[in-house]
Design a protein around this ligand. Structure first.
Ligand SMILES: [Zn+2]
Length: 152
């Protein structure tokens, strides 16, 4: 079982728990249950952090998700970011079906950090309906992060 999910330009890639084949949950259908394209088993709602893998994936996720998207801007060299990782995973599990918890590696995707004007990390931005609604920085426990994003 993986500990993180990944995006492509159209959705989140979710392995089927029954047959392990990769299924795409379209960004526009996040929060809805789907069925595995291979074995037809019902797929669980994503409950893991989602690593954004390109600038286009980020743009589409933010624009198309019907759920709020909480983005963690992080880097491997950043100590507080590493401390934050398990809390962010906890938050993703707690908010399953109600919010998407996505991660942007600021070293791999510097263009996104630039357009979002990220200065210190870890930084968190909550997006809804394609727009930024709130941002904060620094380590925080899962409950505090979800409370801040108003995803209780
Ligand atoms: Zn399957």
């Amino acid at each position: 079982m993986s500990e993180i999910l990944e995006t492509d330009s159209r959705g989140i890639i979710l392995p089927c728990p029954a047959c392990d084949s990769a299924n795409r949950i379209a960004f526009a259908r996040l929060g809805q249950k789907g069925r595995c394209g291979t074995c037809k088993a019902e797929l669980p709602l994503p409950a893991l952090p989602v690593e954004v893998t390109s600038d286009v994936d980020f743009t589409n996720l933010i624009a198309q998700s019907p759920l709020p998207v909480i983005v963690d801007f992080w880097a491997a060299w950043c100590g507080p970011c590493q401390m934050m990782a398990p809390e962010f995973a906890k938050a993703a599990a707690k908010a399953s079906g109600r919010a998407v918890l996505a991660k942007v590696n600021t070293e791999k995707l510097p263009g996104i950090s630039n357009t979002q004007r990220i200065q210190g990390i870890p930084a968190f931005i909550c997006y809804q309906g394609g727009r930024e609604v709130n941002r904060t920085t620094g380590f925080q426990p899962a409950e505090k992060l979800l409370g801040w994003a108003e995803v209780e």
